[in-house]
Design a protein around this ligand. Structure first.
Ligand code: MLT
Length: 393
């Protein structure tokens, strides 16, 4: 049998964070452990019924069965544009400034292929959603990690980025509301970022997948396009996954500068054939809805956030309340050598999955992340199990 050697870009890559965790879950389940997963951020509530109904109807229409348009259906792009205008006051032309994605992860993973040459530099945040950094690597680029800190409110300090890095960097990738920290970007930060990008001629890639999961009407997460001048330099990634509990459907969009959208579009014409038309039709109906279903989800996450904050105290860990998104980012309790050791302990001794902070980059060391995607009873059980396990350690 011949042996096939993996390409270096894959061989040198650790398993995708959640694929590695899935393996541990499968092993524990095989041993008969009742696993409670606070790991991946995958909404437990179903997609709202009106969206499922729209999909079922659209799927019956044979015109949805053929190849979709590469850029996405005009109806979906218009619905995304209407949402951006209504929610953020952002004016984007659906014809040239919006493209449909097969989930925002797909767009984030493909975008660097359009603008990064081998040896180019990109700035990614640590801790940060790992896909941005990996995607730069796939394009042959190098990554400069901007370290985020609690005292810096988990926002990059642009003044600390060395001049040579700022001038060499082709792009900067950021995620706000932040996965994993739950921090949000302020308008001051976005203004500073946009002027910095103009000055250094850097592309801004913002990941806005959690924009609708917030806890306080007065603190609604921002889009970069609320900042003047952003459209000259930025592309932003949006998703229906978290807003409408549609992770499995794979639907989202990117919005922004027309050259950036066209570059991403050119990559996509070569690697995929677009998102299923019936899903785009249902997605457009979701985006044009009254968002009552999202309000309901926000109330659910708020109750879970309160319980999680108590639970975190109960197990001797420390966390600040997340401002948005459905993750709580916490410092591991004392007595563990590393966040990986704590995460292993939780799964082995309590049957609870938490995500080790270092999985989001070196600056996540000493932290763990929990997702508020299980119901209150299960979450309470998870924390009691960890507390008990810690007591008998
Ligand atoms: C997460 O848990 O970080 C996300 O659900 C992963 C993703 O959106 O790909």
């Amino acid at each position: 049998m011949p042996e096939f050697e993996l390409a270096r870009r894959i061989k040198d890559l650790p398993p995708y964070l959640f694929a590695g965790i899935d393996r541990k879950i499968a092993e524990a389940k095989k041993r008969g452990v009742d696993i409670i997963s606070l790991g991946i951020g995958d909404p437990d509530q179903p997609t709202p019924k009106f969206i499922i109904k729209a999909l079922a109807e659209a799927a019956k229409d044979p015109s949805t069965h053929q190849y979709p348009s590469y850029q996405g259906s005009m109806d979906f792009r218009e619905a995304a544009g209407e949402f951006m205008a209504r929610r953020f006051g952002a004016a984007l032309d659906p014809a040239t400034e919006i493209i449909t994605l097969i989930g925002s992860k797909e767009g984030i993973a493909h975008f660097p292929l359009a603008f990064i040459n081998p040896g180019d530099l990109a700035i990614c945040c640590s801790p940060g959603y790992p896909v941005g950094k990996t995607a730069v690597g796939f394009a042959g680029g190098e990554v400069y990690e901007a370290k985020l800190t609690k005292s810096g409110k988990w926002l990059p300090d642009l003044r600390k980025i060395p001049d040579d890095v700022a001038h060499r960097a082709k792009l900067i990738y950021l995620c706000y509301p932040s996965n994993p920290t739950g921090a949000t970007a302020t308008s001051e930060f976005f203004s500073e970022l946009v002027s910095w990008a103009h000055k250094t001629r850097t592309i801004i890639m913002t990941d806005c997948a959690y924009s609708e999961i917030y806890y306080d009407e007065a603190e609604k997460p921002l889009s970069i396009f609320e900042t003047p001048g952003a459209k000259d330099v930025a592309i932003e990634f949006h998703s229906l996954s978290k807003t409408f509990n549609m992770t499995g459907w794979r639907i989202g969009w990117a919005a922004g500068n027309d050259q950036l959208i066209a570059g991403l579009g050119k990559v996509k014409t070569n690697v995929d054939s677009g998102a299923f038309n019936a899903i785009q039709r249902a997605g457009a109906i979701a985006l044009r809805s009254d968002f009552k279903s999202v309000e309901k989800m926000r109330r659910i996450y708020k109750r879970r956030r309160s319980l999680a904050m108590q639970g975190i105290k109960q197990i001797g860990a420390k966390a600040a309340k997340p401002k948005a998104g459905f993750f709580v980012w916490a410092e591991i309790p004392e007595g563990f050598d590393s966040d990986a050791a704590f995460a292993d302990f939780c799964i082995e001794k309590a049957g609870v999955v938490v995500t080790p902070g270092s999985g989001f980059g070196e600056a996540g060391t000493g932290y763990f992340r929990i997702a508020l995607t299980v119901d209150l009873d299960r979450m309470e059980t998870a924390f009691s199990r960890i507390e008990k396990a810690l007591a008998s350690r």
